[in-house]
Design a binder for this molecule. Structure first.
Ligand code: 13P
Length: 258
């Protein structure tokens, strides 16, 4: 039986007091649950320290949404992996399509980010996924294979074991257009096969491959029931404590029925 991971990516949402209320509401709900599922909350950088404080008394992990590709120094506005580590951040999202699109992040930068995160004992949550055009042209597997090979396959097996992957088809993010469980399963199995070819069966089995893209309280159970879907990276629905907890409950149900 493999437990699931449910991660919430708040993106650029919530003021300080809204963030505090949401963290406390989630922590209070989790208090009563004896969880198999690993819960990760990724608030904006400004609230990471508050989140790690709340997490100390609760049972969730904290993730950042971004990290600098540089180690330290004159990079105005950036936050380094060492800084994230110094406030007890456990995970960091890397390669989200919003950052690739709006901030023009390249594979070369992502490699530097991943290496710095691992050097600072932070687990990367690496996002990959195809555009609508790539899906329609039946090009999606090629795109995903390239993203994964270019950015992750320089890692040793020991390093790779700390990486979580999130498959996030761009056409499904924030659109309400969720991938069907069949579409998600097909890509997740494909990603696992790539990992198996490079790192072997055991590491491939142990790697968490999350689905992201309009995953919500209604569709989470169907998605999480797929053999190769190890949980979800949740955007919009992670901004409501009630919806987020329902998604965690869906993950719990899958683990218990496994
Ligand atoms: P939505 O759940 O809002 O579609 O966002 C998914 C996502 O991008 C998570 O990283």
């Amino acid at each position: 039986m493999k437990n699931k991971i449910v991660a919430g990516n708040w993106k650029m949402n919530n003021t300080f007091s809204e963030a505090e209320d949401l963290l406390v509401a989630i922590a209070e709900s989790l208090e009563d649950m004896r969880l198999e599922t690993e819960v990760i909350i990724c608030p904006p950088a400004l609230y990471l320290e508050m989140a790690t404080d709340v997490a100390q008394e609760s049972n969730f992990y904290v993730g950042a949404q971004n990290v600098s590709y540089a180690e330290k120094g004159a990079y105005t506005g950036e936050i380094s992996a060492a800084m994230l580590n110094s406030v007890d951040v456990d995970f960091c999202i890397v390669g989200h399509s919003e950052r690739r699109t709006y901030f023009h992040e390249t594979d070369e930068e992502l490699v530097k980010k991943i290496d710095l995160l691992l050097a600072n004992e932070i687990n990367p949550i690496f996002c990959c996924g195809e555009s609508l055009a790539d899906r329609q042209n039946d090009n999606f597997k090629l795109v995903i294979e390239k993203q994964i090979k270019n950015t992750l396959f320089h890692l040793s097996a020991e390093q790779f074991e700390n990486v979580t992957i999130a498959y996030e088809p761009i056409w499904a993010i924030g659109t309400g257009l969720t991938a069907t469980p069949q579409q998600a399963q097909e890509v997740h199995a494909f990603i696992r096969k790539l990992i198996e070819e490079k790192y072997g069966t055991e590491i491939a089995y142990n790697t968490y491959i999350l689905y992201g893209g309009s995953c919500n309280a209604k569709n989470a159970l169907d998605l999480f029931t797929c053999e190769d879907v190890d949980g979800g990276l949740i955007g919009g629905a992670s901004l409501s404590a009630k919806d987020f907890i329902e998604i965690i409950n869906a993950a719990e149900t899958c683990t218990k029925n496994d």
